[in-house]
Design a protein around this ligand. Structure first.
Ligand code: SF4
Length: 286
């Protein structure tokens, strides 16, 4: 089958950095268990590889997981950022911590802190329950979530010029819709577009696929925000194509793609390149 790779592919800089930091933690603490508080980045194959390398991913309630650890244990915080109270809890427990928070996420969190210190309210556009959004909301009760599903209670915003920013991995093309809604309610709101480059470039590339492509494969985990957004964009823009999101080749093999002639493969910023290559080579041969 004719098959195109929608570039960029492979880990983004934030995930690359998180993996490197985890390896560094292991090198520096050879005889100890290394715990990761949740998925280091949202991809199961990456997590399975880390497990094979001896890392222990903690998947329960974060506070409870930290409370189970003992003084001197090694704990890695993930690329998505985390609630600040977890830092305090880890410190109080005497854990040795490594922070894999992506610099782009960290920069957003710093901007929120500055606005709060300047006595402004912050409207954060994000997905309820996502770790990055939870980290932002944990900074202050003056950070309000504009949920991409439920919108916002504008009565909570008394600041005439609140600062508006967003989760880094949202749909670039939908963000302006949320900004317009906020501006319609609060004309002096100050708006920043904080979609990260890794997310934006993948989404822009998704719109460059040949129009006669009849199979679009997004390789990514269902928890990966930017993989989900690629899927949404492909679905909305290529109505005649079969659009599927899969984790690996085995999942693709279970889907009926008979009769398809031209494929394109996109992947999330936390999808390992080797999985994409495997799927690419498979599709080329059929
Ligand atoms: S997708 Fe963007 S924000 Fe998330 S880890 Fe990668 S570079 Fe950072």
């Amino acid at each position: 089958m004719k098959t195109a790779l929608i570039k960029p592919q492979g880990f983004c800089s934030g995930v690359t950095r998180a993996v490197a930091l985890a390896k560094q933690a292991k090198l520096e603490n050879k005889d100890k268990n290394i715990y990761i508080l949740g998925m280091l980045a949202h991809n199961q194959i990456l997590i399975d590889d880390l497990t094979k390398d001896g890392f222990i991913t903690l998947i329960g309630n974060e506070e409870e997981e930290i409370n189970k650890l003992k003084k001197g244990d090694i704990l890695i915080f993930t690329a998505h950022g985390h609630d600040e109270k977890l830092d305090r809890l880890a410190k109080a427990k005497g854990l040795i911590t490594y922070d894999a928070t992506c610099p782009k996420v960290k920069s957003n969190l710093d901007k929120i802190k500055k606005e709060i210190n300047d006595n402004h309210q912050v409207i954060y556009i994000g997905q309820s329950g996502h770790k990055e959004a939870s980290a932002a909301l944990s900074i202050s009760k003056n950070v309000s979530l504009y949920d991409t599903q439920l919108l916002i209670n504008y009565q909570l915003i008394t600041d005439e010029s609140p600062f508006v920013l967003n989760q880094t991995t949202l749909n670039f093309y939908e963000l302006s819709k949320y900004h317009k809604d906020i501006k319609d309610h609060i004309p002096d709101a100050r708006i920043a577009n904080e979609i990260c480059n890794a997310t934006r470039l993948r989404q822009e590339a998704m719109l460059t696929i040949d129009k006669d492509t009849d199979l679009i494969v997004i390789v990514g985990h269902h928890k990966s925000s930017n993989s989900n957004k690629l899927f949404d964009i492909a679905k909305a823009n290529y109505k005649d194509a079969l659009v599927v999101m899969i984790n690996n080749l085995d999942e693709l093999k279970k889907i009926d793609i008979r009769g398809k002639k031209k494929a394109a493969i996109g992947s999330g910023a936390s999808t390992p390149q080797c999985i994409v290559d495997e799927i690419y080579n498979y599709l080329l041969k059929i």
